[in-house]
Design a protein around this ligand. Structure first.
Ligand code: GTP
Ligand code: MG
Length: 198
């Protein structure tokens, strides 16, 4: 699938005010600065559709984009960023939790993980919560351009090993780079497949 048209629709703090849930929806989540907004720009071929920043905590709202007039893509705020004041962090977490649990047309949540780092507790706990809550998700390992192929392979192996401590099977995953476009065809084909079989 090629993204021919990507249009910003609206930003929200409440799931109830999001666009009518009448199209398949895919959202991107993960720790602050992991590369959610950059990945959305890479997938849509638009440099500044979603706002990115070198400083964590850039995306603060639920941002809906309409893709090819057929499905929604959502840029979400990051979680687990210690420098955001606690009250604000809790507000975001509540907003994210509500969105994830209540958004009926959310077909898949993509959990982004920085491929350079060992498994982080906050991500592992978040995915466990998704599992318990029966939310369909896939993992996307980001920033793979920053690693040599052997390093990437080692990190992926280590991550799988960690996941197998709690998961019987490894959730589906993609490897990506917003710099090189790696992962784009695979992620879009996966979405296209779900859209066609809904
Ligand atoms: P928040 O909105 O703050 O939660 O962050 P985010 O997850 O949306 O991250 P964002 O896309 O804003 O990117 C954070 C930083 O990482 C920026 O400086 C990006 O240029 C950089 N970055 C994102 N993806 C990649 C990638 O694939 N490769 C490289 N080298 N840098 C990346
Ligand atoms: Mg962002």
């Amino acid at each position: 699938m090629e993204i021919k048209e990507a249009q910003f629709l609206m930003s929200n703090t409440e799931v109830e005010k999001c666009p009518a849930p009448n199209k398949p929806e895919y959202a991107f989540i993960g720790r602050s600065n992991v590369g959610k907004s950059s990945l959305i720009n890479m997938l849509t071929n638009k440099k500044s559709l979603a706002k990115t920043s070198g400083k964590p905590g850039k995306t603060r709202l639920l941002n809906h984009f309409l893709i090819n007039k057929e499905w929604y893509l959502v840029d979400l705020p990051g979680y687990g960023y210690a420098k955001v004041p606690k009250a604000e962090r809790m507000k975001w977490e509540k907003m994210l939790q509500n969105y994830i649990l209540k958004r009926e047309n959310l077909y898949c949540l993509f959990v982004l993980i920085d491929s350079r780092h060992p498994a982080q507790q906050v991500d592992l706990e978040f995915m466990e919560w998704l599992g318990v809550s029966e939310i369909p998700f896939s993992i996307i390992f980001t920033k793979t351009d920053k690693l040599r192929p052997v390093e990437l392979e080692e990190n992926l192996k280590a991550y799988e090993k960690k996941m197998f401590e709690t998961w019987e099977t490894m959730p589906g995953y993609f490897i990506s780079s917003a710099e090189t476009g790696a992962g784009k065809d695979e992620i879009l084909a996966f979405i296209d497949d779900i859209n066609k079989n809904q």
